[in-house]
Design a protein around this ligand. Structure first.
Ligand SMILES: [Zn+2]
Length: 92
């Protein structure tokens, strides 16, 4: 089921309402296989990050993959924050 989520626009400094196409939940079980809220990539929940951009109505972030998380950091003007290569890729 698609969810209607809030997505922060870093340039306009306001939320837009977006119909999300991926199967996401706000707080999935930590060992479950999930999809990135931004790109749909499958990953283990434990390998994900909390999005700054994709939020519920009171500001909790949905789960996002390391690649999209780094892109969010860069958009926020924090490109010096690098995640390194410690992340495992989900093997299906
Ligand atoms: Zn992603």
């Amino acid at each position: 089921m698609n969810a209607t989520l809030r997505k922060w626009d870093f340039e306009k400094h306001k939320y837009e309402t977006v119909e999300n196409v991926y199967c996401v939940e706000l707080m999935p079980p930590i060992l479950s296989k999930i999809q990135c809220v931004n790109c749909g990539k499958e990953m283990l929940c434990g390998d994900s990050y909390t999005s700054y951009q994709w939020q519920d109505e009171i500001g909790f972030g949905y789960r996002i993959c390391p690649t999209c998380y780094e892109a969010e950091l860069a958009q926020r003007g924090m490109p010096w924050v690098r995640l390194g290569s410690q992340h495992s890729e989900y093997e299906s």
